[in-house]
Design a protein around this ligand. Sequence first.
Ligand SMILES: C[S@@+](CC[C@H](N)C(=O)[O-])C[C@H]1O[C@@H](n2cnc3c(N)ncnc32)[C@H](O)[C@@H]1O
Length: 202
Amino acid sequence: MNTLDKFHNWRRKLRWDKQYAKGRWDSMKTSKELSRYSTIIGYLTILGKENPSILDLGSGEGVLNEKLPAHYMYNYFLGIDFSKVSIEKAKAKEFPNAEFQCKDIHTFTPERKFDVIIFNEVFYYVHEKERVKVLEKMIDHLEDDGIIISSIYREAPHLWELFNQRLEKINFVTVRTEEELRYWQIGVYCKKGSENNDEPAS
Ligand SMILES: C[S@@+](CC[C@H](N)C(=O)[O-])C[C@H]1O[C@@H](n2cnc3c(N)ncnc32)[C@H](O)[C@@H]1O
């Protein structure tokens, strides 16, 4: 990103902070978004390994974590978000085995590998010049038998192409709601050649 891009990114961060402070994103917790979280959690529990380590990129105030079933266990959960306000809210929830850190996805480098990496409504916020770099960095920090789950609002073929080129698709779904224009596409991927994808080749 050049200096101007960095400036815009910084302004966006301030905007997110203000919105989180005002409760603008409380709608994420309502039933309107439930089918999206349910699908992600379904993939996580069915296709992810037991007791995984999870990296939630752009975790916000930890809504995904909040929606996980009480019996679901992970050995470590790291949520990162560049909004300090959202991270403070997530930390206050004191999820067990979970950490939340204020980091910008553009510059964040994980210190370990993860079994599950989640881009939940965040990939389109990554600057277009940085998307490949960010995705490839995350793939480098995915365990060989790990999965990446991504949720993207409405249609974004140019973004899915980046996932499809670098990873093997395990499953892909369009999650619709009663509102015609409120829908998401959610994909689950593994590393190319990973035994995680046991679907017969078509
Ligand atoms: C639509 S919200 C989704 C929040 C959460 N993943 C969920 O679905 O509940 C997008 C989130 O991405 C975060 N975000 C946007 N740009 C980011 C960046 N450059 N680095 C880290 N987080 C970012 C925002 O602060 C916000 O919390």
